[in-house]
Design a protein around this ligand. Sequence first.
Ligand code: ATP
Length: 318
Amino acid sequence: MRRISARAHAKINLHLGVGDLREDGYHDLVTVFQSLSLADTVTLDISAEETVASGSIVGALTVNGLDAASVPRDAGNLAWRAVDKLVDHYRVQFGLEEAPRVYINIHKGIPTAGGMAGGSADAAAALVATHALLSETYPALPMGTLLELAAELGSDVPFTLRGGTMLGTGRGEQLTPMLSRGTYHWALIFFREGLSTPAVFQELDRLRAEGITSGPSLHTEDLARTLMTGDPEKLAGTLTNDLQLPAIMLRRDVARTLDVGRQAGALAAMVSGSGPTVAFLCDSQLQARDLVDDLLADGSAYSGATAHGPGKGAHVID
Ligand code: ATP
């Protein structure tokens, strides 16, 4: 048995502007992603004896770590789908016939259904690990092809593949690198119950139809300028999330946690992506640690972590 592991990081949306519902069921987004130090690790155990000529090459999938019980262990898991997608691409493009059977393990450090792109990160890590395996025998793929395959797996998969700081448009899959100086520290509070991303988008559509909330936040120029200063106090004034109100409407406990963190001195408090994870921008790692401890001690959430950004894209680890 041989082993290849890859790591991919969570994302936070420093700006999340959501446009109207498109005909294909997606919403147009203008978003600024930044990857965080929080990460999942995907490990492929590659069988020395078993080979597979058609269909899925995945023998089984196991999960441990944070929220492991709520992660699917079958072909619905995004990491499983990513392995098969890349193998199918090599079958069509390079005539791959026999591939070794692989067994996947995912170690979760990213909360599930927490608005931090955990499943997408697993797909990105699985893509780079499988690519490392297949490109030992067949040609390596250019990044552009990997990004296209990533976008077919999910809107956030291309960003988790590339990491860093990026402007995302379209469904969030069209990426343009942005400059970001310095390191930003976050206190993250996770909730036992996740939120369904489609349900939060639907709630936004409902709030807009009823005139309760206004149209999309499309401008990222101030944020772009702020990111170049490396000053977290300035960044605090430019964070935007159009999904924050709908997430709060669906989960009132999120609003309470936002308030507690603000009162405890966070520079800014925001819902991460579609939530319910709440992210507090802090001026140091120490303040972030204290904030997580305070919020956990008062019982308003069940777990939390500190993280800093920007982090890396998906990469193979030794
Ligand atoms: P995003 O921020 O991209 O909207 P999220 O962080 O809110 O996503 P995920 O953790 O990616 O949500 O999980 C969403 C759903 O995807 C889960 O409820 C789960 O059923 C499914 N899923 C499939 N593969 C995975 C995976 N590898 N890890 C976690 N969830 C997965």
